[in-house]
Design a protein around this ligand. Structure first.
Ligand code: NAI
Length: 473
């Protein structure tokens, strides 16, 4: 048996590397149109892999060119693969009908058309990308109208890994979900895919459903997770007005087994490529199916997240005597969470945008994110953000002006030298081990720290002399 995966990104790369590790008798080929990305996956120097995830380079080192292959030859991989995973990006649409809400399925559709054109014989096509419910029907329609001599089944097998712990999650998932047609052929395809995962995952953790439940479960799971963050963040705002402490509240409610303790960490707001996109997608679907109350309910999870990011930026501006113009603000962290180099929808981008609107001089240090990525994120924000409220620097700042105001450092102490304030935006653990006394001595006074992740020890910093703001305390 041969496996092909279209899309060598944050999902395709790690997922297939782990399958290749656990199934040494199966050849796994990951293809991508992006030649640079494929070259990085094939780079002898494993520190150049395009995706940073703890443990990933070890799995790639073990499997690459044994039974794991990275290639730009999409056509050949489609021809050869018995099982074809589609793990391409499904971003929020930035144009036309459904702009700013619906998932842009053009990349998925392109894959389906290419498979229809090239594939022969028997194939199982697996939706690994997160897709709106009923997308499998569109894939089937494209395939059956265009393919010749192809017998196929479409399965939904959404990915639940979390970036930062992807490798661990893939080896030990809470569950794997496989949805397919409830026909004899569909059930056979479900069983084929199940037998692959069953090589390392107990069968009781492999959930089989119909294809629509599987598609909708992924959107629901991400919406529930994001909802918890927005819920605790909403309480953090109330804590700041009342003297309650959100960390104490999280502990007090999290010990209730019905609530559970995970995902109750208040912060500057959630980011990442998935939560916002998937909720917007859910909201769009609800409106499409004429369920406005359901749509409004979920949309508020995002509104609360926007509010939290805006609130944090405003707090910085207000505290610095109502203006940050010409002041050096250092952002510690740019990735949307620790242990990843992914910056999509990172809170850092929003906070920085708001500060730039107030003409701050921004200095950034992140252990894993490149300067090119940081400038690209700010440029993207200028053009594409769905909410005008968040696109503060749109139009009125050229790329050159942006580069003049945003400085990226590869050394943290230099980034914080002579700063007026520090905004901690990603929970990288190394930040808590810095020599904060030395940092204090080199900053303008009062020296402000805005800890957007409640990572630092507030008492210790206050004792040094910092003015410290934490979330919900
Ligand atoms: P990504 O953007 O990192 O990777 C997608 C890759 O697909 C890109 O390298 C792109 O060049 C390639 N691609 C697009 N169209 C192609 C085509 N026609 N032929 C060949 N390659 C093509 O995206 P990521 O983060 O891996 O996400 C993929 C999907 O998985 C999305 O639907 C996402 O919602 C979902 N997902 C993502 C998770 C995450 O943590 N990033 C977790 C779970 C699901």
């Amino acid at each position: 048996m041969k496996i092909t995966c279209i899309g060598a990104g944050y999902v395709g790369g790690p997922t297939m590397a782990v399958i290749a590790d656990k199934c040494p008798d199966i050849d796994v080929t990951i293809v991508d149109l992006n030649a640079q990305r494929i070259a990085q996956w094939n780079d002898d120097d494993l520190s150049n892999l395009p995706v940073f995830e703890p443990g990933l380079s070890d799995v790639v080192a073990k499997t690459r060119n044994r039974n794991l292959f990275f290639s730009t030859d999409v056509e050949n991989a489609i021809r050869e693969g018995d099982i074809i995973f589609i793990a391409v990006n499904t971003p929020t649409k930035t144009y036309g009908v459904g702009k700013g809400m619906a998932a842009d399925l053009k990349y998925v559709e392109l894959c389906a058309r290419q498979i229809a054109e090239i594939a022969h014989g028997e194939k199982i096509i697996v939706e690994k990308s997160t897709l709106p419910v009923r997308t499998a029907q569109s894939l089937k329609t494209i395939l059956s109208n265009n393919a010749k001599n192809l017998s196929f089944q479409v399965l939904s097998n959404p990915e639940f890994l979390a970036e930062g712990t992807a490798v661990q999650d893939l080896y030990h998932p809470d569950r794997v979900l496989i949805g397919g047609d409830q026909t004899p052929e569909g059930l056979k395809a479900i069983e084929t895919l199940t037998s692959i995962y069953a090589r390392w995952i107990p069968r009781e953790r492999i959930i089989q459903t119909n294809v629509w439940s599987s598609e909708l479960s992924k959107l629901t799971a991400n919406s529930f997770l994001a909802q918890r963050i927005s819920s605790i963040n909403s309480i953090s705002a109330l804590c700041e007005q009342t003297g309650a402490n959100v960390s104490e509240i999280a502990k007090a409610i999290g010990t209730d087994s019905r609530i559970g303790s995970k995902f109750l960490q208040a912060s500057v707001g959630f980011g990442g490529s998935c939560f916002q996109k998937d909720i917007l997608n859910l909201v769009y679907l609800c409106r499409y199916f004429n369920l406005p109350e359901v749509a409004d309910y979920w949309e508020h999870v995002i509104k609360m997240n926007d509010y939290q990011k805006r609130r944090f930026a405003n707090k910085i501006i207000e505290t610095l005597f109502n203006s940050v113009s010409g002041k050096k603000i250092t952002c510690l962290g740019w990735a949307f969470k620790k242990d990843t180099n992914d910056t999509r929808e990172s809170a850092a981008i929003y906070v920085t945008t708001a500060l730039l609107r107030d003409k701050a001089e921004i200095h950034v240090y992140d252990p894993k994110v490149t300067p090119e990525q940081i400038y690209a994120d700010l440029d993207y924000m200028k053009q594409h953000h769905r909410s005008n409220d968040m696109t503060g620097i749109a139009g009125d700042m050229t790329t050159k002006e942006l580069k003049d105001l945003v400085h990226v450092h590869n050394e943290p102490y230099e980034a914080m030298d002579k700063a007026h304030a520090i905004a901690l935006l990603t929970e990288w653990e190394e930040f808590s081990s810095y020599d904060w006394e030395a940092i204090y001595n080199k900053m303008y006074k009062p020296a402000f720290v805005f800890d957007g992740r409640n990572l630092l020890q507030k008492d210790k910093l206050s004792k040094i002399g910092f003015e410290v703001y934490t979330i919900g305390n």
